[in-house]
Design a protein around this ligand. Structure first.
Ligand SMILES: Cc1cc2nc3c(=O)[nH]c(=O)nc-3n(C[C@H](O)[C@H](O)[C@H](O)COP(=O)(O)O)c2cc1C
Length: 196
């Protein structure tokens, strides 16, 4: 679906982490555009320590999948089942020769840029830190002076998770129909106007 007329705010409000995907591939051109969106994100001191590996070859995506841990609160119910795996990945690297630490702020901005740019084109994603970095490094041939920070798993969504108002617990859950519900703090619990 083309969502060109959607405002950024609407895309933000409608975004949920996706962990079940349809098998259609994401176009290489779009994956490259996501990295373009990432490289243009704000960067502390404009040092730009981040680089990205786009992975869309079937043999490599199959090799990456076992390196990932999904939805820890409900494991294994949040795992993509066979046929629901991500069809591509963007692996985010930090060049430690450029910046040894504090690249996480840049990383967060770059990842969110990619997540929103993908969603605007109907592509869902899961930002992942629970990853086997040693295995990934070997699979992708990442040099030792690059830190493997995050993986963005991508594909066309095969689920439609719902945001809920946070109650007692921040743990997301699945209902009887298998739909994921994600509790979010209400605006009035995070917003302070003028004074705390
Ligand atoms: C830095 C970061 C790391 C994450 N790592 C994982 C992960 O390893 N596996 C996973 O299934 N989800 C991961 N998530 C997704 C979170 O579980 C998800 O954002 C959270 O449950 C809220 O859901 P929402 O994204 O739909 O708002 C991560 C999210 C962030 C921001």
């Amino acid at each position: 679906m083309c969502q060109d007329d959607k405002k950024v705010y609407e895309t933000i409000v409608g975004r949920r982490t996706i962990r079940k995907f349809r098998p259609e591939p994401v176009a290489r051109e779009l994956l490259e555009r996501l990295v373009d969106a990432a490289r243009l994100a704000p960067s502390a001191a404009n040092l730009q320590p981040l680089e990205f590996v786009v992975v869309d070859e079937a043999a490599l995506t199959a090799a990456i999948f076992p390196c990932l841990k999904w939805a820890a609160y409900i494991a294994p119910a949040g795992d993509p089942r066979p046929g629901e795996e991500p069809t591509s990945y963007v692996v985010a690297l930090a060049n430690t020769k450029v910046r040894e630490k504090m690249f996480e702020y840049d990383l967060g901005a770059a990842m969110e840029n990619m997540i929103l740019a993908a969603l605007e084109e109907g592509v869902g994603s899961c930002w992942m830190l629970s990853i086997d970095r040693d295995k990934l490094r070997a699979i992708l041939g990442v040099p030792e002076d690059y830190r493997i920070d995050s993986v963005l798993a991508l594909g066309y969504p095969a689920e439609d998770p719902a945001a809920e108002v946070l109650g007692d617990s921040c743990k997301y859950w699945k209902d009887e129909a298998g739909r994921l519900h994600v509790p979010k703090r209400a605006l009035n619990t995070v917003l302070h106007l003028n004074k705390f």
